[in-house]
Design a protein around this ligand. Sequence first.
Ligand code: HAS
Length: 542
Amino acid sequence: VDRLDGKLGMAHFYVAFIALAIGGLAGLLQTLVRSGKLVLPAGIGYYQILTVHGVVLGLVLTTFFIMGFQLVAVSRTAGTFTSKQRMAGWIGFWTMTIGTFMAAVMILLNEASVLYTFYAPLQAHALFYLGLTFVIVGSWIDGAVIISAYAAWRKRNPGKPSPLLTFMSLVNTLMWIIATIGVAATVLLQLLPWSLGLVDRVDVAISRTLFWYFGHPLVYFWLLPAYMAWYVVIPKIIGGKIFSDSLARLTFILFLLFSIPVGFHHQLMEPGIDPAWKFFQVILTFMVIIPSLMTAFSLFATFETYGRSKGATGLFGWMKKLPWGDARFVVPFIGMLSFIPAGAGGIINASNQMNQVVHNTIWVTGHFHLTVATAVILTFFGISYWLIPHLTGRTFTKAMNKLAIIQGVFWAIGMTFMSGAMHAAGLLGAPRRSSFSEYGGAAQAAEWIPYQVAQGVGGTILFVGIILILYIFINLAFFAPKGEEEFPIGEAADESEKAPMVLENWKLWIGIAVLLILFAYTIPFVDMIQNAPIGSKGYKLW
Ligand code: HAS
C-alpha cells in the first residue's frame, strides 16, 4: 500500500484500538456488576457503562476499522489514491472522529444513556445524535472515496472484472450507504427535533422500524470485511487458492440484495406490524443465510483442496496440513469455528416461534458475542497482524506471533464461558440489559446467578485478551523491528475463470435491492403512519 494511503488507514486503526481499550473496560465492569460482585462507584450508572460498551465497540471500533481496512484494500488492489481522493479520506476520518468525540462526551456526562440501539422512547442530548450524524456522514465520505477509486479503475479497464477486494469493498460500501439512510431518517426527522424540544413526541414504532432497517444490515457491514479476509487473504496465507472468484462475488451480491429488507426479525414481538409482513421478512432472512452457507462451503473447499494437494488422505487428513503455527490463520480460524454455532443461533432467532422464547433474553447477547465479538473481531485481529506492520514498515515477529495465538486461545476460552453462560441463562428466561437483581428472592432469578458468575469469569478472561491484543497492536505500530510484511492476496484456483460482468451491473443489483426494500417496507410503513396517534402538537408522523 502506498505510504500516504497507509497513513490514512492507520489513522482509522488508532481510533479503532483506542475504542477497543475503552469499550473492553466497560465490558469487564458490566459482567462484574451483573455477577453481583461489584457495585459501580461514584454514581456511575449501569446503563451508562452499557451505552459506552455498545456504542464504542459496536459502532465506533467497527466503523473505523472497516473503513480503514477497505480504504487500504482498495488502494492496494485498484491503485493508489489521487491526492483529491486521499484528502476526501482525511475529511471523512476527521468528520467521524469529531462525531465520535461529541457522542462520547455526552455518554460520559450521562446525558445519553440510551444504549447502542438508540431508538425512541429513550432520549439523549441533541449533541449525541449530532455526533452520530457526523460519524455516519464521515463514513459516507470515506465510502465516496471507495466508489470513486472503483469508478476510476473501471474507466481504465473496460470490460474487465474489478479486483476482488475492491469489488467486495464496494459492495459493502453500497450496502452501508443504503442502510444508513434509515438511521439518518430517524435521527434527523425524529430524534434530533424531539431532543431539541421542537416536537414534544415521536412515534416509537416508526423510530424502531427505521432503526432496524439499518440495524440488521449493520451486522453484515461488520461481517463482510471478515468474509473479505476469509475469501481473499486466508487462502494466500495457508498457501492455497481461492476456491472460486465468481462464487465469492455472487455471495457479496446476495448480501447486497437480502441484508436490508429483513429488519422485522428484530421486531417479531412488537405490536403494530401485520404478521404477514413479519412472515415475509422472515423468509427474506432465511434467504440471507444462503450466502453464509456458500461461504462455509467455499472455505471447506479451499482448506480441503489445499490439504489434499499436500498429500493429505482420509476424510479429515487435510486439517493436519493447515498452518497451525501461524496466527494470521489460526486467530481468524477460531472466528470461523465460532461462527458455526453463532450462525445456528441466528437461525433460531429468526424462527418466529423460537424468537418468542429468546427475544429480549440474554441469549441474544450471547448470540452477538459469538458473531461480532468473536467471528468478526478475531478476524479483525488476524488482519491486524499482517496489515499494521505492512503499513508501518515493520515485521510481525515470531514472539508476537506466539503471543497472538495465546491471545486467540484466551479469547476462545473467555467467550466460551461468557457466551455459553449467556445462551444457557437466556433459555432460563434471564433478561438482557439488566443490572444485578435477585428480583425479590424469586426462585427463577436465583437460577440465573451461577450463569452470571460464569459470565463474570469469562469477561475477566476476555479482558486479559484485550490487554494482550493492545500490547501486540502497540508493538506492531511503534516498536517491532523495521522490515517488510506482505499484504496477502490470494489467486483463484482456476485462473482461466473470468467472473461474469453481470455481477458488476450495479444498476441491476441496486435496482433489485431497492425493489425488495420497497416491497418489504412500504405497506407496513404506511400502516404505521396511518395508525400513529395524533400528537399534542397535531403531528401525525411525530
Ligand atoms: Fe444476528 C440479533 C438472526 C447473523 C449480530 N444479531 C442480533 C443482534 C446482533 C446480531 C448484534 O432473526 C442483537 C441486536 C440487538 O441489540 O437487539 N443473525 C441472525 C441470522 C444470522 C445472523 C439469521 N447476527 C449475525 C451476524 C452478526 C449478528 C453475522 C454480527 C456480525 N440476529 C438474528 C435475529 C436477531 C438477531 C433474528 C433478533 C433476536 C431478537 O429477538 O432480538 C445469519 O446471518 C447467520 C448465518 C450464518 C451461518 C454460519 C455459516 C458458517 C460459516 C463458518 C464456516 C466455518 C469454517 C471453519 C469453514 C449459516 C461461514 C472450518 C471448520 C472446521 C471444523 C474445519
